[in-house]
Design a protein. Structure first.
Length: 311
């Protein structure tokens, strides 16, 4: 089994990934600042193969000490999402880019890095043409820019690969309601209504458990996958906002949605994505969009306040 360092491991994806890694028998060390005071990973503390450090992934002295004994490095720590990065540009640049670049410089050539990028980097996309890993990255937000730039640095390093995640949805111990699917289902459950801006804009989607599972898949297939980026999303879910709402309405018939006649969404992303490269290695998502909507209906029986978000 491997020794794995996960920065930001108490976050939305990390708090799902870390238990999976431990279940696989790996030794896992998490560095997290607990920026949101989230009480995640409590159940893992009894596991002797789990170590947790409250710290900043930008701390070179700390990271140098931790990295030296690791087999895998998974840098999840980031200011995630367009609104949060606009709110704190300095933190976005130093955490999303500088801290990742530092890790590539600290690690040895034989240590392996799996970096979580985002298909937000495709920006406006190519209309009805699928974005592949060979499609030029043209990010239109600070979040997309910092993540795409960090991906370049990671791929230039020895023994690395990147996963370009679709918009993630589903339940996590460090829940996020501000993500698009999670947000729309929340509105459908509590408000029964949603107003859409640019309802024709498309995105790809992926369940948080499949996103976490993709890291383990990449570890298991690292030697044949290394050196390249991989889109990671549901090939059955390249949907625009109207189509997403139609899907939610199948599960919550009382849900009513309409397009706003004026105004616009500040997030202009609009693209469809091919996930064939990752699928060619045998990767398959386990959860559909329908599964996620049904899951979220249960989640919102428990969570009734919109307090779990990045903004």
């Amino acid at each position: 089994m491997s020794r794995v360092l996960v920065t930001g491991g108490a976050g939305y994806i990390g708090s799902v990934l870390v238990p999976m890694l431990l279940a696989e028998g790996h030794e896992v060390t998490v560095v997290d600042s607990f920026y949101y005071d989230q009480p995640t990973l409590l159940e893992q503390c009894v596991n002797q193969r789990f170590q947790i450090i409250r710290g900043d992934a930008r701390n070179k002295e700390l990271m140098t000490e931790l990295v030296k004994d690791m087999d895998y490095i998974i840098p999840l720590a980031a200011m995630v999402g367009f609104p949060l990065c606009e709110k704190d540009e300095i933190a976005a640049r130093t955490l999303n880019y500088d801290a990742v670049k530092m890790l590539t410089e600290i690690k040895s050539d034989d240590q392996r890095m799996i970096y979580p990028c985002t298909n937000s980097g495709y920006g406006i996309g190519q209309g009805d043409r699928f974005c592949t890993e060979d499609t030029p990255m043209k990010p239109i937000s600070l979040y997309g820019i910092t993540k795409s730039n960090a991906e370049k640095v990671v791929l230039e390093a020895e023994n690395s690969l990147t996963l370009r995640f679709a918009t993630v949805f589903g339940a996590s111990p460090r829940m996020r309601i501000d993500l698009l699917v999670n947000d729309f289902v929340y509105r459908a459950v509590f408000d029964r209504t949603a107003v859409l801006f640019q309802g024709e804009f498309k995105r790809n989607y992926i369940h948080v458990r499949d996103a976490a599972g993709a890291f383990i898949f990449a570890m298991d297939h690292f030697d044949v996958m290394k050196g390249r980026p991989y889109n990671c999303g549901l090939s059955s879910a390249n949907l625009n906002k109207i189509e997403l709402c139609e899907k939610i309405k199948e599960h919550i018939p009382e849900f009513v949605y309409l397009e706003a006649p004026v105004g616009e969404d500040p997030d202009k992303r609009d693209y469809i994505v091919s996930n064939k490269r990752l699928e060619s290695f045998g990767w398959k998502p386990a959860y559909t969009l329908d599964d996620g909507i049904e899951e979220l209906k249960k989640v919102y029986t428990i969570i009734k306040k919109n307090q779990y978000s990045n903004i």
